[in-house]
Write a protein that binds this ligand. Structure first.
Ligand SMILES: C[S@@+](CC[C@H](N)C(=O)[O-])C[C@H]1O[C@@H](n2cnc3c(N)ncnc32)[C@H](O)[C@@H]1O
Length: 227
């Protein structure tokens, strides 16, 4: 039976270098590694998950598609059960930005690998928390599923230079160059920050929060003008 990825996972798959030995962290159904293996894009995949239920689902996918010889399933926290020499590329998709940071920090060897991460939340914390890990954001890819836009970050070795508040929220404009969804993403984030500012305006106090958001909004609007 053919395996079809959602646009979000398809966009993650598109960033995995051909021929790389993969570890997919928090794999759940293992759809991403299974698709990459079935397409012949990767030769081997380690799939990790913290919980037995998701790993059982991964096992079902592997068995259904006859991939047992090319997959190693591991019940572990993040990359704690993976040896750096086993893999060339790390994918971490569908988790919060803070969890992604913690998983990367627990495995400093990730700074020498291709890392592709797709955070569901806390993007600002993720972008600003990479420098101490010796990582910075390279290309950013957007994927749309219904009304939702997801961001996929390629991480590279090196320290991120200073980011403006707007850049911490949406990434540097240069990292999104040529992405047809970038204008929509900017619109979405401008709306979100305007709503947050309106909420703060109704509440008393938090002058610092308001001025930080106002600065972020000005930066986002400037990025929009420069399109
Ligand atoms: C929302 S699912 C995402 C599944 C898949 N990666 C995707 O993007 O569709 C999150 C998965 O990550 C697993 N997970 C959460 N924290 C983890 C950790 N620290 N280490 C390994 N797996 C984790 C959960 O058990 C769950 O199966």
């Amino acid at each position: 039976m053919a395996l079809k990825l959602t646009p979000r996972l398809q966009a993650v798959a598109g960033r995995v270098p051909a021929g790389a030995r993969l570890v997919d962290v928090g794999t759940d159904h293992a759809y991403l590694p299974a698709w990459l293996l079935l397409e012949g894009r990767v030769p081997f995949a380690v799939c990790t998950d913290l919980r037995k239920g998701p790993l059982d689902r991964a096992q079902e996918t592997v068995t259904r598609h006859g991939l047992a010889d090319q997959v190693s399933l591991r019940l572990c926290d993040g990359l704690t059960g993976v040896d750096s020499g086993e893999v060339d590329c790390v994918t971490i998709a569908g988790m919060g930005g803070e969890t992604i940071l913690r998983i990367l920090a627990q495995a400093p060897w990730t700074a020498e690998k291709v890392c592709i991460v797709q955070p569901m939340s806390s993007l600002e914390d993720l972008r600003t928390g990479l420098a101490p890990l010796g990582l910075r954001v390279g290309r950013e890819t957007l994927a749309r599923e219904g009304e939702t836009l997801y961001v996929i970050l390629d991480l590279c070795p090196g320290a991120e230079g200073p980011l403006t508040r707007a850049e911490a929220l949406v990434g540097r404009a240069s990292n999104h160059a040529g992405d047809a969804l970038w204008p929509d993403y900017l619109d979405q984030e401008i709306l979100r920050v305007r709503r947050a500012l309106a909420g703060l305006a109704r509440a008393a106090g938090d002058q610092a929060g308001r001025s930080g958001l106002a600065q972020a909004l000005a930066g986002l609007e400037q990025m929009k003008k420069e399109l």
